[in-house]
Design a protein around this ligand. Sequence first.
Ligand SMILES: NC(=O)c1ccc[n+]([C@@H]2O[C@H](COP(=O)([O-])OP(=O)(O)OC[C@H]3O[C@@H](n4cnc5c(N)ncnc54)[C@H](O)[C@@H]3O)[C@@H](O)[C@H]2O)c1
Length: 252
Amino acid sequence: MRLTGKKAIVTGAARGIGYEVARRFAEEGAAVVMADINPEGNHSAQQLQRAGLAVTFCRTDVASNDSVVQLVDTAMELHGGIDILVNNAAVNIPGSILELSEEIWDRTYQVNVKSMFLLSRAVIPIMQRSGSGAIVNMGSANSYVAEPRLSAYVSSKGAILMLSKAMALDFAAEGIRVNCICPGWVDTAFNDSHAALFGGREEILKNIHDIHPIGRTIQPVEIANTALFLVSDEASAITGAGILVDGGYTIK
Ligand SMILES: NC(=O)c1ccc[n+]([C@@H]2O[C@H](COP(=O)([O-])OP(=O)(O)OC[C@H]3O[C@@H](n4cnc5c(N)ncnc54)[C@H](O)[C@@H]3O)[C@@H](O)[C@H]2O)c1
């Protein structure tokens, strides 16, 4: 049990990677608040509760400061502290800059990047008071390399990597570590609208060896296990790192 007694917030936890992160953290002894804009997150949390895990759902729009403050208040009322924050929620709306509206551009940056500013600035003072904390921001292989017709998303993910480094630098001396996980293609519904522009998921997967040298997509639990390592004491000297979990996607 690597997270016994720890109190965590995981955003975008209704499904996909965030759900697996919440599950793995709770299995390792953490009390987890699962935040998501999708009310289905309540069912996701109930599923984990039935398995005996200490999770609570809190409906949250991470792009709204009022909603984020309410999330932090709820976590504090429930658990009396916050040791771990995983900023995972994001949107992925495809298009070149000529295909995207200003609204889509703004929404992408609000959900993917500004949310990390809002939630981290609400949580870090709590971590400062306790003298320690671990934050994981979910980047992407697109924090390092671009893809066609994905301009708002890839640029937001580039920003997240550098924001993680800036936060790590500012709070390292206070025992707060900040790292950025950069996944390759993880098998969730997240990529469907982008894949549709290139013939659909099945068509693209025919060439998966060209994309991921390991010859397969990545499972959400593989990202969750990386997050678990990064927030655990085993990673006590790791901060400001971009950790690629990309099946070799960015090797060449
Ligand atoms: N799936 C991939 O291939 C992949 C690759 C690299 C990085 N990532 C990153 O991993 C993270 C999770 O992706 P996923 O594949 O699990 O996607 P997903 O679509 O399965 O889950 C994303 C979750 O975020 C929630 N969300 C969206 N907007 C929100 C908001 N405003 N407030 C609160 N919650 C909101 C959604 O409701 C959803 O439950 C994202 O940051 C994504 O950029 C995914």
